[in-house]
Design a protein around this ligand. Structure first.
Ligand SMILES: CC(C)(COP(=O)(O)OP(=O)(O)OC[C@H]1O[C@@H](n2cnc3c(N)ncnc32)[C@H](O)[C@@H]1OP(=O)(O)O)[C@@H](O)C(=O)NCCC(=O)NCCS
Length: 205
């Protein structure tokens, strides 16, 4: 009989930092997908996670007790005027690509961000990256612009595609409300989003 592997989309915890770093490290050292050039420490990942989780969701996908992907939202720009926006990050371990893991992570992430009251979500994609473009288009992101030769990494200038998705359905004329901080969101709203996203992965191994 085939054994069921437990799978879950859940909130990232401090103990996940090492496994998150294991996934992230090759993208830092071997690619221009992230413009981070210096490998962060486990403690660095943990500290950033704690900071992010005050205001935004930071999620992992765990399979058989191991983290195989993560996604989070973070501050877009420091100005108060931009507080309803967020910039996204999503990384899946190479051996687990194409199984719907990023889709499940984003499904939960977006439901939580919507509950918090966020508006514009941005993805900044170093080109080429067909997988990331397909993922973001799947979720309704639109291409805004290509910033030519915007970054320099691994011996070459890199073009960056900016994509945006308006997640709220609030009229622009409505009174402005700052988004709810993630740490203030009701547990049941988070649980519902995580359960729904985890269900998407049942049967995916
Ligand atoms: C981008 C990434 C997160 C996608 O994760 P994933 O779990 O493989 O994605 P999913 O299986 O959920 O697929 C999501 C969509 O992308 C498409 N897709 C996935 N890999 C693809 C590829 N190599 N080429 C084209 N489309 C691809 C899928 O077909 C699916 O679209 P559809 O449902 O409309 O058909 C993953 O490839 C990754 O970790 N890449 C390296 C890190 C990275 O690029 N992060 C984004 C930085 S901007």
């Amino acid at each position: 009989m085939r054994k069921e592997i437990p799978v879950a989309i859940r909130i990232a915890q401090a103990d996940d930092a090492q496994e998150i770093l294991d996934i992230y490290a090759p993208y830092v050292t071997d690619t221009a997908i992230t413009f981070v050039s210096a490998l962060p420490s486990v403690e660095g990942i943990r500290k950033k996670m704690v900071e992010i989780k005050k205001g935004y969701p930071y999620l992992v996908c765990s399979m058989g007790g191991k983290v195989v992907g993560f996604a989070y939202a973070d501050r877009y720009k420091p100005h108060e005027a931009y507080q309803r926006n967020a910039e996204l990050a999503v990384y899946v371990q190479p051996g687990f690509h194409g199984r719907g893991i990023a889709t499940a992570l984003y499904t939960a992430l977006f439901q939580i961000l919507k509950s918090q009251g966020f508006s514009n979500l941005y993805a900044l994609i170093t080109l080429p990256n067909n997988a990331s473009i397909a993922l973001h288009k799947h979720f309704g992101f639109k291409e805004l612009a290509i910033h030519k030769a915007d970054g320099y990494k691994m011996g070459a200038r890199r073009d960056v595609l900016w994509m945006v998705y308006r997640i709220d359905d609030v009229a622009d004329s409505e009174a402005f409300r700052p988004p709810l901080r993630f740490s203030r969101l009701r547990d049941n709203e988070i649980e519902t989003a995580l359960r729904m996203a985890t269900a998407l992965l049942s049967g995916v191994r």
